[in-house]
Structure formats: C-alpha cells, structure tokens
Design a protein around this ligand. Structure first.
Ligand SMILES: NC(=O)c1ccc[n+]([C@@H]2O[C@H](COP(=O)([O-])OP(=O)(O)OC[C@H]3O[C@@H](n4cnc5c(N)ncnc54)[C@H](OP(=O)(O)O)[C@@H]3O)[C@@H](O)[C@H]2O)c1
Length: 166
C-alpha cells in the first residue's frame, strides 16, 4: 500500500476541507497513478471531492466510523474492516488518498509515500507528518522542479524501511 498527496513547504495538505492549490500537472499524475487501482480515503476526503462522489475508474474504499449506506463505493466502519477489504487486492495497487486522519493512521502500513512538494505556503489547517524527520522514511526519488500554474513543484518518493503488517 502507498500514500499519495501533495504538500506545501510546511507539509500542509488542506484548508477548510479543500485543497489549497489547483495544480493540473499534479492532478494528471494523481489520475494516471491511481486509475485502474484502489483508493482508500476518510469520509471528509470523499465529501471534499466534486459532488462528494467517488473517483471514476477506481475501486473507492471509504472509512465512515458511524456507518453510512452508499451504493457508489465500498464503505467500511472500522480499521479492522478496512484492512480486511484492502487484503483483497494486490498491495501495489492500493493508494491511500487522504485526508490527514487517514494518512496519519495508515502511514506505518505504507511501503511508499508519493509526495508532490509545492514550493509555497498555503496556510493549511491540516498537515502530513514531516517525513524528513521520520527515521523510517527515506527520500528515494526527487524530480527536477516543474513550473505549473504559477507554482513550482517536485515529484518525490519516500520509502518506508519499517512497514507495519496488518
Ligand atoms: N493534499 C492532498 O494531497 C490531500 C489529499 C486528500 C485530502 N486532503 C485534504 O485533507 C483534508 C481532510 O482531512 P481530514 O483529516 O479532515 O479527513 P479524512 O481523513 O478524509 O476523514 C476524516 C474522517 O474519516 C474518518 N476517519 C479517518 N481516520 C480514522 C481513524 N483512524 N479512525 C476512525 N475514523 C477515521 C472519520 O470519520 P467520521 O467523521 O465519519 O467519524 C474522520 O472524521 C481536506 O482539507 C482535504 O482537502 C489533501
């Protein structure tokens, strides 16, 4: 299982239950990476998607602890149930797509984290852990900077040397 996100210079990832930046190149990367695969998210992230709808052409698994009946995605109500659902798929095809609570909970179980780093400060109210300060994670890839929509971004990959089994 991997996590995928974009973060600003302070590891901020969102504001007012929304993204802070519109980054077409990152949206393209996200779509290409996750399409045909499995995406795992928290209830707030599902609500934050256009029309609160699941992502097309992907298996969508959503954690709603209070239970929720939806026909358009797979709903789980506990971590145990979530892990049972994830185990049905090849781990290489499973992507945690947010938000901050889901990332925090599932980070130890992720083998890699794909972070698009945005060279800006967006005034976030939710953050990802600073992976440069986590001894289990090592930066194994960093792209050249790319200018997009007035922002400079870099695609990076962190590898987890202590993946927790579930
Ligand atoms: N930058 C990026 O790449 C990126 C990607 C995704 C999201 N985001 C941003 O992240 C923000 C949303 O983050 P968030 O933390 O508010 O939302 P979230 O993780 O999507 O959802 C939080 C909700 O999910 C459930 N949940 C998540 N983890 C749980 C756990 N360990 N145990 C039990 N329940 C759990 C709870 O649902 P109930 O409330 O139903 O109990 C909780 O309130 C938004 O600003 C969004 O735009 C950014």
């Amino acid at each position: 299982m991997k996590a995928i996100l974009h973060a600003d210079k302070e590891w901020g990832i969102g504001k007012h239950n929304s993204l802070m930046f519109k980054i077409p190149a990152d949206m393209k990367f996200f779509k290409e990476t996750t399409t045909g695969n499995v995406v795992v998210m928290g209830s707030n992230t599902l609500k934050s998607l256009p029309n609160g709808a699941p992502l097309k052409d992907r298996v969508n698994i959503v954690l709603y602890p209070d239970g929720e009946k939806r026909e358009d995605c797979t709903v789980v109500s506990s971590l145990e149930e979530l892990f049972g659902e994830i185990k049905k798929y090849d781990g290489e095809k499973v992507y945690v797509i947010g938000g901050s609570m889901m990332y925090k909970t599932l980070l130890p179980y992720c083998s890699e984290v794909l972070v698009t780093k945005v060279d800006a400060v967006g005034g976030a109210d939710v953050f990802f852990e600073n992976l440069d300060k986590n001894e289990n994670f090592k930066l194994i890839y960093e792209s050249e900077p790319l200018e997009t929509n007035g922002l400079q971004i870099r695609f990076t990959t962190y590898k987890n040397s202590a993946v927790k089994p579930f």
